[in-house]
Design a protein around this ligand. Sequence first.
Ligand SMILES: *Cc1c(COP(=O)(O)O)cnc(C)c1O
Length: 215
Amino acid sequence: MDSSALLQRYKSVCESIPAHVTLVAVSKFQPVEALQTIYTAGQRVFGENRVQELVEKKPQLPDDIQWHCIGTLQTNKVKYIAPFVSLIHSIDSFKLLAEVDKQARKNNRVIECLLEMFIAQEESKHGLTEQEAEEILTTASALTNVKIVGLMGMATNTADAEHIRKEFRELSAFYKKLEKQHNFKYLSMGMSGDYKIAIEEGSNMVRVGSSIFKG
Ligand SMILES: *Cc1c(COP(=O)(O)O)cnc(C)c1O
């Protein structure tokens, strides 16, 4: 691994992101050395989309890293990340949220979560409709060990920037509608290919992998 090229890419991504936006470095499939390299340069928030990788990497890296789970999460795997995960981006059902609540309670924690919204015109992407999200928010007020602190969404994988912008704009409008009432903190939208558009449309948390790690 060429760590100076990695640092260069990391620096240029950082410079392209305004201070109010949190950069989640998406480190899936990357060796711990690569994570260590950008940790040394100041990165503290890392996102992984597989539970097994989160659980394997966590003990090999410094304790002050905030680990985010960004990928589809199976109910039966929540227990492995509940002791340490700092934000789960991918809550897509009440059942999953209830399991996070249960496992968080066992660990004496309150785990912050985002609701994953369906915004893309693609069968392969998933997430909640606005109505489902509002229902979950209502029911979730009874749960003591989870806190829904915002929304996450993935735009359609297309070269059509205006289409992507439209999807982000809709999610942003829904976020703004709920933000005050629910004390939201994070609107997680934008990846390597579209984070600049996402920030223009109101994102304050971007999940960037390949632009940092693959050049
Ligand atoms: C992999 C992944 C990303 C990062 O994608 P890049 O295009 O590599 O920046 C962001 N969000 C989720 C949910 C991912 O799985």
